[in-house]
Design a protein around this ligand. Structure first.
Ligand code: NAG
Length: 374
């Protein structure tokens, strides 16, 4: 009896130790598993530094492009930029960096005077990588590119964005295009604004030399789109608001590709006009989308119509992540992956849409096994 009891005691002790070991094992594996989760922000930040160190940029250097013989000689006037310069403004941030770099690459590749381009990149002061780091990255990828990275203060816009669920998710950098006339030097009197999810497959000088007439912006306009739906019933039923369109024939346009007369922007203070509509939106809901409607309110009916070939938009598909669009018939100078899906995301996921194959020749991102993917 005693022997049996002691065996049982031994068994119990053995079981207790076994349970303890198993428990410790689970604790440890759980702890190990939870480390990456806990440290995600740190890890992300740290790997950003690694990837973005100036001597460890995870992009290939772009081929160098030279001006053709017919291009004008630079630097012969009093302006800081010279007479033949084409000014292009884009935003730069972590999420869209690969798109921005492909966009710049495509522009350089298809213009006959690449050395006459000047890029104005707007980056958020409050995001990582910082504007200075982004500047180093661009310099490494495009060593001979003329450009400047401007630091954008998000707070300017944050106070103006109304706090609906949808817009709270919106990136203040989306609104940077409203401030180009202030951000860029006053010697820059015209600029082409481009979204980051585009590629240009034609000479951008053609877009640059488009005549705006008396208007402040030029863009492809879409008059068949139902303009009513961009604003709420509340807006349309309040004549004090909706009379903004009196005597005009406003049409939808996409703000991702615009030629802007910055001299006129400064003269007419369109920035304040846009901001005033944003203030009204904060008080009473006059539209549902974010940065587009204020542009429609200020410029609707007064947009110089650029050929549709300069904005084949919607290639990102609609709100369903995996919905592929095909190209509209006709000539194309610029492809635009507006919508939810981005070509680099779909290509990496191994589920590209047919149009994404048109984007990949401009991709300079360098995949490697050791480095985390961006
Ligand atoms: C345009 O949209 C509005 C609001 O959604 C709708 O009431 C109207 O019938 C539409 N008009 C046309 C021509 O489809």
């Amino acid at each position: 009896m005693i022997g049996k009891a002691s065996v049982n005691a031994d068994m119990l002790r053995f079981q207790a130790v076994f349970v303890l070991i198993v428990a410790l094992f689970f604790l440890c594996t759980n702890a190990i598993r939870s480390i990456p989760e806990l440290e995600t922000p740190i890890k992300k930040y740290a790997s950003n530094i690694g990837v973005y160190g100036s001597d460890n940029v995870q992009y290939l250097e772009a081929p160098e492009y030279r001006n053709g013989d017919h291009c004008g000689v630079l630097g012969t006037t009093a302006t800081a930029y010279g007479p033949f310069v084409v000014h292009v403004a884009m935003t730069l941030d972590f999420e869209y960096l690969r798109g921005s770099i492909a966009a710049v690459h495509s522009i350089l590749k298809h213009t006959s005077c690449p050395e006459n381009l000047y890029f104005h990149f707007i980056a958020s002061e409050s995001k990582t990588p910082k504007p200075d780091d982004l500047s180093r990255i661009i310099k490494t990828i495009f060593p001979s590119l003329d450009f400047r990275v401007y630091s954008f203060d998000d707070r300017v816009v944050k106070n103006l964005i109304s706090y609906s669920v949808r817009e709270a998710l919106e990136d203040p950098l989306n609104y940077a295009r409203t401030y180009l006339a202030e951000i860029l030097d006053s010697s820059v009197t015209r600029v082409i604004y481009l979204d980051s999810d585009i590629i240009v497959v034609d000479d951008i000088q053609k877009l640059w030399s488009f005549s705006l007439g008396s208007t402040a912006i030029g863009a492809p306009v879409y008059c068949h789109a139902n303009f009513t739906k961009y604003f709420t019933d509340r807006f349309w039923s309040d004549s004090r608001l909706s009379r903004v369109f009196d005597g005009k024939k406003p049409c939808y346009f996409n703000t991702g590709v615009m030629v802007m007369d910055l001299a006129k922007w400064r003269r007419e203070d369109y920035r304040s006009r846009i901001e005033r509509w944003m203030e009204i939106q904060k008080e009473e809901r006059i539209y549902d989308l974010g940065s587009l409607p204020p542009f429609l309110l200020v410029f609707g009916g007064d947009v110089a119509a650029i050929d549709h070939r300069w904005n084949q938009h919607g290639l990102g598909g609609n709100n369903r992540v995996h919905s592929c669009r095909s190209l509209h018939p006709g000539p194309i100078s610029l492809l635009h992956w507006s919508g939810k899906g981005k070509p680099w995301v779909r290509l990496d996921a191994g589920e590209p849409c047919p149009v994404d194959e048109l984007w990949s020749p401009y991709d300079l991102y360098r995949h490697s096994k050791e480095q985390p993917r961006l």
